[in-house]
Design a protein around this ligand. Structure first.
Ligand SMILES: C[S@@+](CC[C@H](N)C(=O)[O-])C[C@H]1O[C@@H](n2cnc3c(N)ncnc32)[C@H](O)[C@@H]1O
Length: 270
């Protein structure tokens, strides 16, 4: 039995039309052009669509339901094991790449989540050895899946920041990039429900101040960077001033996102 596409979409007036269409495509396992000129879908697709609508109504992010998200040149797998890569993090990658004067031999991405930054850096610098660390085994499983789908070579390691890196990298890292957790404990309630209830808290919250993980990266990074190596981190919009102090050893500067908010700290080892 088939079901009218128009009627199906009309069942969900509470969702934005583009979301309803994307859920229907996800239910059908198809891409956008498939819906054009398709007045009917089969009953199994309609059932799956209603199931996905239920998940969306419970606040689950669209990207987790669809199972993928665009990041820079890639379409990455995305699910509740890791933070959804954000457009502002694409800017961190662009800034970091623009900061490199030569070809880096060693790149480290701390707090890699889905592997987005590590994979994008490997694409920019194919000859670099790229290491990426996360404390979450689930996030690393997802990152390794993304790596294998893209066919890029990145060494993903589980552990607490620098502790997961091979000791031989000490003093030899040309680019240290990170989008770490930077939300303060007390700010969790101000996050959108969709984020707070569905994305991993470990990916968001750093501690009472919000700058705890950034502070650890800044303090230990000095030892790991090669002479003149670049450090580039995403930060919270109110953390620019604190980060200038935390990263003082790198002659830091703060960069803003497209909305003009302070969102990145960049610097260079002496
Ligand atoms: C803000 S998410 C960023 C994920 C990804 N880099 C991105 O841009 O979407 C931070 C990540 O840091 C990881 N993390 C938190 N504390 C960590 C620690 N001490 N050492 C390593 N990874 C950590 C979390 O598991 C999470 O995947």
């Amino acid at each position: 039995m088939s079901v009218s596409t128009a009627k199906l979409l009309a069942e969900v007036p509470d969702l934005a039309e583009h979301e309803a269409r994307r859920l229907l495509l996800a239910a059908a396992g198809e891409q956008a052009p498939w819906l054009i000129g398709r007045p009917q879908v089969d009953a199994a697709t309609a059932d799956r669509f209603r199931g996905l609508v239920g998940r969306r109504r419970s606040g689950e992010p669209l990207q987790y339901i669809e199972g993928s998200v665009a990041f820079g040149p890639f379409e990455l797998q995305s699910d509740g094991r890791a933070l959804i890569p954000r457009p502002e993090t694409e800017r961190l990658w662009e800034l970091a790449v623009g900061e490199m004067t030569g070809t880096p031999a060693v790149i480290v991405d701390l707090c890699t989540g889905s592997g987005n930054l590590a994979l994008a850096c490997k694409l920019s610098f194919p000859r670099a050895r790229v290491y990426a660390v996360d404390i979450s085994a689930g996030a690393l499983d997802l990152a390794r899946t993304n790596r294998d789908l893209l066919g890029l070579e990145v060494d993903f390691r589980e552990g607490d920041l620098f502790a997961a890196l091979p000791a031989e990298l000490n003093g030899r890292v040309d680019l240290l990039i990170s989008n770490p957790p930077y939300v303060a404990q007390a700010e969790i309630q101000q996050l959108p429900r969709e984020v707070r209830e569905h994305e991993p808290l470990q990916a968001l919250v750093a501690g009472d101040r919000g700058t705890e993980v950034l502070a650890r990266i800044a303090a230990a990074g000095v030892e790991w960077l090669a002479p003149h190596g670049v450090i580039a981190c995403e930060i919270g919009e109110s953390q620019g001033r604190d980060c200038l102090q935390l990263f003082a050893a790198y002659d830091p500067r703060i960069e803003s996102d497209l909305a003009g908010r302070d969102r990145y700290v960049l610097g260079r080892a002496r």
